[in-house]
Structures are given as C-alpha cells and as structure tokens.
Design a protein around this ligand. Structure first.
Ligand code: GLC
Length: 530
C-alpha cells in the first residue's frame, strides 16, 4: 500500500550553522550540506530538516528572520538552496525547512516600518504594540516574561529619546511577535509558504506552533506560572490557544493544493499528548514533535506510559506518532542520560528503542556520533540570547550546537577548511568521535545508527503500524511489532534473563542468546526475529 512518506520516515535535523562550513567563515552553510549529503544517504535517513537559513542578524541563531524569502549570505544564496534541494532529491532525501511565524526579526522591513510609524497605524497593527501602564506608560502592558528571561515587552523610544509604546516579544527583544488577528499577517505567511513550496520543498517544521495566537485581552498571568523554553505544562494566555487551529486548517489546505506529499510538523510544547493531538486532526498538521517522549527520564514505567499515551492520542485522530531524543534546544541525550560511558550505553539502547517504535523519528545532527553536550564552552563564546537575558545564570543552548567533527585531525576536525575558526570551539577530544573515526568501526555509535536504520527500512514490521507489549520483568520494555519481530530494553540496572527465542538482529551492546533465552545486560536493547 502506498503510504505517506512522513508516516515512518527517519528525519535528520540539520542545524545549518554547525553542520559543515564550505567557505571558511567559521559557520556552516548550504553548500557544506550539499557536499555532505552522501554521508546522510549512507547513514540511511529518509529526509532532512534544515533549521532557518534565511536573512537574519542571528540574534537567536536564525530564529529571528529578517527576510523569509531569501538566504542569509553567511549560509549561501537561493541558487545554493535550489542546488541543495535538487541534490537531496536525487539521493532520495526529502527536505523540510523551518518556518518561523510567531515573530520576525526586529530587522524585518515590517518591523522597521512599524517603529517609524505612529501608534494605531496599519504598520504597527502587524505586531503587538500597546501603551504602557502606570504614570506616563512606564510599566509594561502586562506581566508576561520572555522565555529567554526578563520582561516580554520592550519600550520604543522616539529618535529624540522620548519613550512611547511597548511591543511584545515572547522571546528576545529582537524577535517581535506578529499579531495573528491581522489578516495581512495570514496573507504574508501564505505567500512565504508558497514561495518555498513552489521551489519544491517537501514540508515545513513550524516554529513555536502553539504560540501565534494570544488571548485577546492580554491578561496578566499568575506570578510564577510563566513558561520556560520547554515547559508546556501551564495553560497560559499566549500558548495553545484555540485560534491557532484555524491557522493550521488554512495552511493544510494550502499544502494540499500542491502536488507531491508535503508535510507539516509542529513544534508545540503543550501540556500533554491529548493537547498535541488537537494539532493533528485530519484537516490540520501531519505531525508534531513528541516532547513528552524527549523529556521522559530513562525509566521503564514512564517511557511505557508516554509510548502508550502518545500512540493512543495520535491514533485517535489518525495521525502518526513521532519520537525524538534530542534537538538544538535541549541538552544532548548522552549527557541527559548520565554522561560518560553510562550515558552513551543508555543512548545506544534508547536509539534502538526509538527506532523500533511505530511511527517516525527525528534525529538531531551529531547524535549518530554519540556527541555529548559541551558543558564548558568559554563564557565569551556563548551566543544564545538566554545567556545575556538571564543575567549570566543560564548558559543556554550553545552546548548542543557545537560544530560537527568530520575528520580525526585538524583544528576544527574537518568542520571548516583548515585555518578557519569555527563559530564555537570544538572540543579537543572530538577527533575520536568524528565521522571519519567511527565509519566502519565495529561498536561505534555511527555503525549502530547505520545498521539500525538499514534494518528498519528492510523490515516491513518496523516504521508505521502498531505494537503489542509482551510480558517482562519490571524495568524491562519488551514488545512485538508483528508476530516474531520484537524489541527488548533493559532499564533495571542488572542483567535480566528473558525467554526470547529467535535470532538477535541487532543489539546496542553485548548480549548472549541461545535461541531460547536471552541474557540482556542493563541499559541494553536488542531487536529479535523469531
Ligand atoms: C523554537 C526554536 C528555538 C527558538 C525559539 C524562538 O523553540 O526551536 O531554537 O529559540 O523557537 O524562535
């Protein structure tokens, strides 16, 4: 049966700035990606997702877009983009790109116009400008806090220094929020989507998909309930409002009007899987990142609970479930799982678990190399706005954005041409983690990913479909995808014996099996075929 490509795809996230630098300016670029596409095809992924490469001052790594229809010169040109897309398609790789609709950069033409215009003017109505409260409007219009720290409002000054209105920015002050009650904003984004769909992209990852619509009266929030970056656990007047769903219905019909099989995926940090499923109703988006899964601890009970609730909630609206362990906003999972040898062992097991689950998976560049979080970047190298906005108390997300090591040797381990300096320093120990060092090396993380992705493609049982839990001791996850194809993961802390007949297809560490019983060490996963 012909199925939608995204329902079981392995999608590899490329953080463009840190993937591969072809021109020696220290930052990754589109040509660097194109040159290395064969490595991704060899890894065995089905698609790539590119983080923003649009014209941007990079106040938030490109999530502050100044021109949605052009490539930042640091990353290349539109021609480079077209060439990358064509090469990816030739290799059978789909390409999805980021769209950032909650806010623009303050360098966007619209925002410049708004600043120059009068309060109450049409130019201001594209963003959320309000008068301040208190004497002379000195206080912000409400008590909302920026997700990066500090107030979510910044006050404008006239050229002569007289203060005037405030504007809302849920993120950095260089990221003013659009006003999605304004039809012009809808039309503008229809145009942006069309621009890239016409060029041939296979879909979009929608940034802050739960944030575009604010409760109309902009009410104060209860002190202490403000959302952190990853915190969807509160019902807030600026997240997960019903109005966002109208936007997605419109976007879905726009995407459906194109040929091919274009996918829309939501980045929505909302309360739980039932709220997420509302974005995935048949006339809305196709997929959403499963952040409940990403944030689950390495604990069998909780993982099983999230797996069950995700599959049930998504299944109820006919959507596929996605699985993800890392991205450019969170601490890399090797480190989250304890770091060092234990963290890596768990990461390997977690990968086999994730790749055996029904649905599709999102992989973040570098996880196939087992990269840990870089926790000791020098303070003067930090660029995440969180660092400054938190007054130097939160180091932010740069530690998961360190450039990739490609070669065993060289100053940046092959990320940049020799003599160029990467935008963030690459740890000296990363030569051993480089693709060159791991490729073809038995027991390496890269080999595990390559073999597992190949098997996942070959075995019809994996990818889209259903699963059945099998009986197993507490602390062990054991399930079948179809009779005879199973996966077991041991999170007990001790070796367990399982009555499991059949052949070991792949394991994340050494196991002993005699065809009837399986001896599975702690923090190890295995795929079996009866
Ligand atoms: C999303 C992005 C994050 C960015 C934020 C603001 O959460 O993943 O990197 O900082 O949106 O655009």
């Amino acid at each position: 049966m012909q199925t939608h490509w995204w329902r079981d795809a392995a999608i590899y996230q490329i953080y463009v700035r840190s993937f591969a630098d072809s021109n020696g300016d220290g930052e990754g670029d589109l040509n660097g990606i194109r040159e290395n596409l064969p490595a991704l095809a060899e890894l065995g992924v089905d698609a790539i997702w590119l983080t923003p490469f649009y014209v941007s001052p990079l106040a938030d790594g490109g999530y502050d877009v100044a021109d949605y229809r052009d490539v930042d010169p640091r990353f290349g040109t539109l021609e480079d983009f077209d060439a990358l897309l064509a090469s990816a398609h030739e290799l059978g790789l789909r390409v999805i790109i980021d769209v950032v609709p909650n806010h623009s950069s303050s360098a966007h033409e619209w925002f410049r116009e708004a600043v120059a215009a009068e309060p109450g003017s049409p130019a201001r109505a594209r963003y959320i400008f309000r008068d301040g409260k208190g004497p002379d409007g000195q206080e912000p219009p409400n008590n909302w806090q920026s997700i990066f720290g500090g107030p979510a409002w910044t006050r404008l000054k006239r050229p002569d220094g007289t203060p005037e209105q405030w504007y809302l920015h849920l993120f950095d002050s260089e990221q003013p929020d659009f006003d999605w009650t304004n039809p012009e904003v809808h039309e503008e984004f229809d145009g942006v989507l069309r621009f890239w769909l016409d060029r041939g992209v296979d879909g979009f990852r929608i940034d802050v998909a739960h944030g575009m619509v604010k409760e109309q009266s902009l009410p104060d929030i209860v002190e202490g309930t403000e959302a952190g970056m990853l915190d969807g656990s509160n019902v807030l007047p600026y997240f997960d409002q019903d109005g966002v769903h109208e936007i997605y219905r419109r976007w879905r019909s726009l995407a459906d009007s194109y040929d091919g099989d274009r996918a829309l995926v939501a980045e929505a940090w909302v309360e739980d899987s039932s709220r997420i499923a509302r974005y995935l109703r048949p006339d809305e988006l196709h997929q959403a990142f499963n952040f409940e899964y990403l944030t689950a601890p390495w604990e069998a009970g909780r993982l099983r609970e999230v797996i069950d609730s995700s599959l049930a909630a998504n299944g109820a609206v006919g959507a596929t479930t996605t699985w993800v362990l890392s991205n450019h906003d969170v601490t890399r999972h090797v480190t989250r799982f304890g770091g060092g040898e234990q963290g890596l062992r768990r990461a390997h097991a977690a990968t086999l678990l994730m790749l055996a689950l029904p649905g599709s998976v999102y992989l973040y560049q570098g996880e196939e190399l087992g990269l840990p979080e870089v926790v000791d970047l020098p303070e003067d190298a930090l660029q995440d706005p969180t660092w400054l906005r938190s007054g130097g108390t939160d180091r932010g997300r740069d530690g998961c954005r360190v450039p990739l090591p490609w070669k065993r040797d060289g100053a940046s381990f092959g990320f940049c041409p020799e003599n160029a300096r990467p935008w963030l320093p690459v740890p000296e120990s990363w030569g051993e983690l480089s693709r060159e060092a791991q490729r073809g090396t038995e027991g390496s993380t890269l080999e595990l990913y390559t073999r597992a992705l190949r098997l996942r493609r070959e075995l019809d049982a994996l990818g889209d479909g259903s699963m059945t839990w099998l009986s197993a001791p507490t602390g062990v996850l054991f399930f079948e995808r179809e009779p005879g194809i199973g996966c077991a993961v041991n999170l007990t802390g001790e070796t367990v014996e399982l009555p499991a007949s059949g052949e070991v297809l792949i394991s994340s560490g050494p196991v002993t099996a005699d065809g009837k019983n399986l001896s599975l060490p702690s923090d190890t996963a295995v795929w079996l075929r009866a």
